[in-house]
Design a binder for this molecule. Sequence first.
Ligand code: ZN
Length: 131
Amino acid sequence: MKAKFDNGKCYACGKTWKLGDEISQTGKSNSKGNPAWCVDGPNCQGNMQTSGTIGYKASEDKVIWKEPGELTDDEQVLIDGQERVEALAYKITKETHPDLSENSNGFGMIVNAKTMQLLALMQIKATKESS
Ligand SMILES: [Zn+2]
């Protein structure tokens, strides 16, 4: 619709309009609970930022982590082994990339890759020993 008043302003993105400019409802409500209007309508940038943040937060809140309770001896061996392999992977990564920050994503990804490689090698070794 055409704006019925001058100096209108979108509450979400801050874009302004003049009397007679084409504006449409964004599908959201403004701070007073009335339908919000914007020159960009449903494509209002403030609208997208808001819904994006809410959507992200909602999915973040939905994660349910389960407590394992008491561990069996076998499970404890697995955890000890996992920590050992990760420590070895850390040692290899630190030696091959001494200048890389330990807190960087890159360092974490290399440790992760080395962990997988070590596990694969351990499996080959175990298979050879048992045959
Ligand atoms: Zn807007």
